[in-house]
Design a binder for this molecule. Sequence first.
Ligand code: GDP
Ligand code: MG
Length: 339
Amino acid sequence: MPSQRPSGPARRKKRDDADREKVPARAPRAGDVAIVGRPNVGKSTFLNAALAVDLAITSKTPQTTRTTLLGIIHREVEGAAVELRLVDTPGIHEAHGKATALNQRMNRLARASFADTDVVVLMTDFDATRKVLAPHPADVALAKQLPADARVVLVVNKVDRIKDKARLLTLLEAFARVRAFESIVPISALRDDGVDRVLDEVGKLLPEAEHRHGEDDLTDKPMRFFAAEFVREQVLRRAREEVPHATAVTVESFEETARSARIQATIHVEKLGQKKILVGEHGSMLKSIGTEARLKIAELLGKPVHLELFVRETPNWRDRPTMLDEIGIEEPAREDRRS
Ligand code: GDP
Ligand code: MG
């Protein structure tokens, strides 16, 4: 079956193995959980840690995540089987100058995701070089923008960056004065430290409901979406100075057999100079992008992958709605998410 959705066997580990055999004594619970926050605080890293699969792409470049991404988790919380439908969102950011159609869609997607959700995970990090840690002003603004009746879990990420954890207290206390949070959880998404606690805290808040997905389901997007994303991730990691937000990746063909897959993809850039950089001397840059992306695609797909890459100059793609549709950055469709 071509372009199937990635599923369970790709997970590095199952969470809470000890409880897996037990028959849950209480009614099943389920719900939508939006992960929101400034760009670069670690939302996508958190989603990957929670899923134990590198599904969302991450990089040091803000605005790496362009569209919402669903990650499905089943775990037992307080004796109930719980389905958490985590939604990673593009970070909300204010555009400087004229916002492109891409920026506008990204912001609309991020805002739509928390307008209509069971629990909001508000993620933040902090400036570890400061003597006294304090909330980022944009987080305070965001916390106040969330609907007053929203159930919000505040997650303070990147605590691995400070040795003396007692320094976190002033930060947590300052946040507690901003609005009512269901709980405040310090974590390190990168080290998978505290991630389980967040999932438990969120699980407790979800309503009784039937599950919508199977035990092994990971996400709702097709494999070809992830193929394109994994290529874009390598572009961002290797050439972020030169082509920060100017790339899109489309998949031209995706042929899959029982034993392997064959993928052709195009990297679109806006200028000829960017194309030269991405191809590199004697194609060296393109080759290393392809090698890394191929390994990640193969891991998620569970079979060897042959990946062929092209680079094309597509001026102003960020303002072409058809191009945005093609790379999967949709207009938010709220009716679809609730049924
Ligand atoms: P997003 O924009 O909120 O989705 O952020 P990403 O998940 O893409 O992460 C942005 C950067 O922060 C990446 O370079 C991550 O490796 C880094 N990062 C994420 N979580 C942690 C953490 O717990 N500790 C540290 N030190 N870095 C982190
Ligand atoms: Mg992200």
